[in-house]
Design a protein around this ligand. Structure first.
Ligand code: SF4
Length: 415
């Protein structure tokens, strides 16, 4: 039997700088939790982070912590802890892993950042249900457990157009958070500071878009798997200068790769769109598998979810409301299909992989006929893989490999 060629994953040089700013971020959060003068807010990944930052909060994102639990493969053993107190194995495995970690008193932060034992204790919890209801349940559990105020935005869902009525609704909900946040932080909202934070978020998001769009080049200079790592600053540091500076550096490196015709995958033969969540505990395996098959998984809905072109310093709160309503996950299938079709064209895609994540129905778009409809309209074939973002018990590695290999073979036959 022929020996498999060891795939070469290409290192992005900016990774060292990203690790440094992420490390600074976690130590800063830890310092804030220990200080008597700075307050800590927990925020959902597409919650009103700009408002919190502008009010002086150090902002922790539990989903980021939960993804770390997945990437370090700690999650699967922790999920049963949350199941034992009533949270089903079928609900969000970010929620169950994170609550499980809290119950067990362990965190991947402790290993990665000596001196940090756990996520920072919150002074307030702030959610936005634009992505799912699970975040509300998750934050409410901590509110009770830690005796901390929990406030949030209940977002409309499943709409095609982002109408003024919807924006008015969310704008008012964001405004209604301010009195509680002022009380907890002990300071009045400074609109000038909010404008500046929104400006920095806008700049970060614009650079992140440009980073992701470098993948339109042939060969693509970065993959979805790179994107899941390098989106860290866009998620946890948007609204800061560090994130802006980082994406300028990353963009310059990727533009250089394009100029030098260097692809993230050697001899790129196939260009794949990834729809759905990553499998955090299998990022390396999946990246190596596609590299081996000379297939570049180069664009995804997931990484593009932190692009918010609507942020506007002239109307910061309303523009935040609009930006967080424009999010893919909260929209109707009609919108989603149009969006994906435009991405297939822009990135010159020849195959789609849908990840049907067992515990995240909101980010699994293969369950109501979308793959078939899109395939019929575009002629681009697709494959649905069953798995999960964090719970490795839901994954069959052999099955995934076999299905992906067969899919790539199918693409080869079409060439
Ligand atoms: S969108 Fe999915 S993964 Fe994210 S918090 Fe909601 S259920 Fe969990």
């Amino acid at each position: 039997m022929a020996e498999r060629k060891q795939p070469q994953r290409k290192k992005i040089e900016a990774t060292g700088q990203m690790m440094k700013i992420m490390s600074d971020y976690f130590y800063d959060l830890n310092d804030a939790a220990k200080s008597t003068t700075r307050k800590v807010a927990w925020c959902t990944s597409v919650g009103p982070a700009e408002l919190l930052r502008a009010m002086g909060f150090a902002v922790h994102f539990p989903e980021n912590h939960a993804a770390m639990l997945g990437a370090t493969r700690m999650a699967t053993d922790l999920i049963p802890e949350a199941n034992a107190i009533g949270y089903s194995p079928d609900i969000c495995s970010y929620l169950t892993a994170d609550i499980g970690a809290h119950l067990k008193g362990i965190s991947p932060l402790a290993k990665a950042y000596p001196g940090i034992d756990a996520p920072p204790r919150p002074d307030v919890l702030v959610y936005n249900t634009n992505q799912c209801r699970d975040v509300q349940d998750w934050f409410n559990w901590y509110a009770k457990e830690l005796n901390t105020p929990c406030i949030g935005i209940t977002s409309p869902k499943n709409f095609t157009e982002v109408s003024d009525i919807l924006i008015d609704d969310v704008t008012m909900q964001i405004e209604s958070l301010i009195p509680t946040l002022e009380e907890v932080s002990g300071q009045k909202l400074d609109m000038q500071r909010l404008r500046e934070t929104v400006r920095l978020s806008r700049e970060c998001t614009e650079l992140w878009r440009q980073v992701l769009e470098t993948a339109a080049a042939t060969p693509a200079p970065l993959t979805f798997f790179d994107g899941t790592i390098h989106m860290g600053p866009a998620v946890v540091l948007r609204g800061t200068q560090q994130a802006v500076d980082y994406y300028k550096q990353l963009l310059a490196e990727l533009e250089q790769r394009i100029a030098d015709h260097v692809g993230a995958v050697d001899n790129e033969k196939h260009r794949i769109y990834w729809e759905g969540m990553p499998v955090w505990g299998r990022l390396r395996q999946h990246s190596e598998l596609f590299t081996e098959l000379q297939a570049s998984v180069l664009v995804s809905t997931y990484c593009s979810s932190w692009i918010f072109p609507d942020f506007d310093t002239n109307d910061p709160i309303r523009s935040m409301a609009k930006a967080y309503l424009e999010l893919f996950i909260v929209r109707s299938d009609t919108f989603k299909e149009q969006y994906i079709k435009s991405m297939l064209e822009k990135f010159n895609i020849d195959g789609i992989i849908y990840h049907d994540a067992k515990t995240c129905p909101c980010n699994s778009n293969s369950r109501y006929g979308m793959p078939q409809r899109l395939e019929q309209e575009t002629g681009i074939p697709s494959l649905v893989i069953s798995g999960d973002l964090n719970d490795l018990r839901c994954i069959s590695d052999e099955q995934t490999r076999t299905n992906i290999e067969a899919f790539i073979e199918q693409l080869e036959e079409r060439q």
